[in-house]
Ligand binder design. Structure first.
Ligand code: BTN
Length: 227
């Protein structure tokens, strides 16, 4: 494990490095932390920002972000903070984002990046973000948080490798944010529907005016809320 004070991005660092499968890179802050679709990931002091490299030996790898989000959510629950999964790669607490997952495929394997808000005391209003500290008033040792979280992730990935996504489907569904609510998926064009289910392949099933639709990518938002 490599734990540095600051990096542009642990994700870019690991992608460009020659570090072997299993490597974990952590930074206290990032100057160019990034999320999906090239978005900025605010990486100020107090959060946990890390990336790790795993091999590509997975059957259902398109569901990897969802399964990692599930593992993070289980960890956060275990800390006494109830959390939910926002399809496809976010973890929410009290209606705000507490963690995000970014998975990128490279020649060597999957580079998995996780940003978890641990001890931050405030965020800009427009971010709709929360930290574990803001949720329960406890400051945590980030080394302990990382080690515990990595052991959750390790167990989850082992199981995922053995049995694939279907084993996780029900558990993920039961933690899914906006289930049975009217949502908008922003993709090529916006799709409105009631969030009904999560498919065998990790897609979202929406009941739209044209019947059930399977959604494989896009940004999920509660209709009328814009988060
Ligand atoms: C998202 O919400 O779209 C995913 C956010 C992922 C952020 C993490 S922080 C560690 C790693 N390094 C990055 O630059 N991004 C990921």
């Amino acid at each position: 494990m490599l734990w540095l004070d600051t990096l542009p991005s642990t994700q870019s660092f690991l992608k460009e490095s020659n570090l072997p499968i299993g490597s974990v890179v952590v930074a206290n802050t990032q100057t160019q932390g990034r999320g999906r679709h090239g978005r900025v990931w605010q990486s100020q002091e107090g959060g946990l920002y890390f990336s790790f490299l795993i091999d590509t030996d997975f059957r259902d790898f398109s569901t990897l972000p969802l399964v990692l989000g599930y593992s993070i959510s289980e960890f956060i629950d275990s800390q006494g903070i109830p959390s939910a999964i926002k399809w496809i790669n976010d973890v929410f607490v009290k209606g705000k984002k507490v963690a995000g997952v970014l998975v990128e495929k490279t020649k060597k394997g999957f580079v998995c990046g996780i940003g978890l808000n641990v001890n931050q005391e405030s965020f800009p209003q427009d971010l709709q973000a929360i930290s574990m500290f803001l949720a329960d008033g406890k400051k945590r040792n980030r080394v302990d948080v990382l080690l515990e979280l990595l052991s959750y992730i390790g167990r989850t990935l082992e199981e995922f490798k053995l049995v694939g996504f279907p084993k996780f489907r029900e558990a993920i569904k039961s933690k899914l944010l906006f289930l049975e609510q009217e949502v908008i998926i922003y993709g090529e064009k916006p799709i409105v529907g009631i969030l009904q289910d999560i498919g065998e392949d990790g897609s979202l099933v929406l009941l739209t005016s044209k019947g059930n639709m399977k959604i494989v990518s896009g940004d999920l938002t509660l209709r009328g809320l814009g988060i």
